[in-house]
Every structure is written in C-alpha cells, then in structure tokens.
Write a protein that binds this ligand. Sequence first.
Ligand code: G1P
Length: 291
Amino acid sequence: MKITKAVIPAAGLGTRFLPATKAVPKEMLPIVDTPTLQYIIEEAAKSGIEDILIITGRGKRAIEDHFDKSYELETELARAGKHDYIEGLEHISSLANIHYVRQKQALGLGHAILCAKSFVGNAPFAVLLGDDIVHSETPCLKQMIDVYDKYGSSVLGVQEVAREDISKYGIVDAVPVEKNIHRVQGMVEKPNPENAPSNIAVLGRYIITPEIFTLLENTKPGAGGEIQLTDALCALAGMQPVYSSIFDGKRYDVGSKIGFLQATVEYALRREDIGAQFKEYLKTVIGDTKC
Ligand code: G1P
C-alpha cells in the first residue's frame, strides 16, 4: 500500500525555548529564515506524502497561517515587483494538503498520535517529529518508505547514539536482518544506559501500520507519566514484524538549544546566498576572546 499520509505532532509547549515560545509556536522558530516545521513538511512532500495532519494545541495558530495562502502579502509583493518572494510563498502553500486537529491535553506522544486515528483510517502512515531535522541527499522519510515497500511492515528510523545520549530516546532491542536493517524485538523509552538493550535510538521518523491505534487506546502512561508511542510500538512488535532502518543523513535535535544552534550554523553554511560570507565571519569570531 502506498504511503500518502503523514502525521506531525506539534502540540508541545516548547518549554526549553522560553521566552521565545511564549507567543510563538516552537515549530515556527526559524533555522536561518525558514521555520523548523517547514523543513519537515518539505521532507514529507519530497517523499511522496500528499496529506499531512498536524496535531496542534492552543496558541499554535501561526502554523495554520504559515501554510495557508497569503493573498494580502502576495498582492503587496506583486505591486513592489518582488516576484522571487512570491514564488517562495506559493511554494509553501502548495506543499501538501494540510489538515489540523487539536490535542486538548498534553498526555504524551502516544496520545497525540491517537488523535490522528480517524484521519489515518486503515492504512499505514508516516510520523515525523518536529524536533528532528535531517539533512540528507535522499529525504529521510523517502528512505524509510523504500524499506516499507520492501518489507510491508512498520519501519522506525534509527541511528546509533553516544552512550550519554541513550536516556533521551526510544531505544530498540533488535536483531540484524541485512545492512542497516534490524528486526525489532522490543523497545524502551528513555532507559538508563546501564539497562538499555542497545545504543540504537529512534530519531523521529516512523512508518506505522494502523493496528497501532487499538494498542495506543490500551497503553497506560509510561516514562514521565505520559502515554508513550514507544510502548505501543513495542506491543506492535510482539504482534507483527517491525523493522528499524539506519538512515543516511545528519540529524539535528532542534528541540535542544545546542542542536538548534548547530542546525542554524550548518544550514547557514550550506546556503548559496550567505554561506561563504558567514564562513568568513565564523573564522574571525572563533578564538575571539571578547565573544
Ligand atoms: C520522542 C520519542 C522518543 C524518540 C524521540 C526522538 O521523545 O518519545 O522515543 O526517540 O522523540 O527525538 P521526545 O524527544 O519527544 O521526548
């Protein structure tokens, strides 16, 4: 079955970026000049996704405005002859069909995904987490869809992480099947490194079969008192094959301040318009004791 639907949870409070996120959704914070959420939606669109459900919450209206058509702005830009900008704006509003639902209570990632039940229906679907941005030649989600097309089962996007980072992620217990592909036997959300089954972490990209919804309905609060997607996926792996796929690409944790800064610097350096100039600037600033 072709994967055409994706779900993006975006209801989090963005506490780690206060005060910036007091009035601005964290998903709208820009890497250079583009909101983090736009990078995620561009990845989904380039991977063949046609319909995207964004799980939002109170105070997130700027997201809907951003992906809508902006008649007034486009008219003003046309009057000023700024046609390049208009193309950029049209690109944003034509990326995919975007749908919204609100998660009324912050009960965890598993609960957020459960809000997508009627949107998804009875077909496998993709999940992309907004805190994980991946720079890669082939879009990360496309790599996952290729694995799904081969195995016809749920696929989790993973990479190895350093021991000190294990407790930040969902960690898989998995046996190798072929290069970069493992069959998942179990999963633990944010384990201590001493008890972790491996250092292979789920990094915000999933293809999931619809059986997950019944499991989520029966999932009790887990790590952090939240309904965890990881726990429902662990139960799914006990019922049907679930694979993990080590994807190619550099992944940034834009949900942390350091990850956000790393992404900002590296995306800026890759830009044709400002990259060279920014690199020269960085050279002068590194080692400047007054900074
Ligand atoms: C979530 C998931 C976790 C996953 C991580 C990837 O955690 O619960 O399993 O490894 O995203 O970024 P969060 O970062 O929302 O706490």
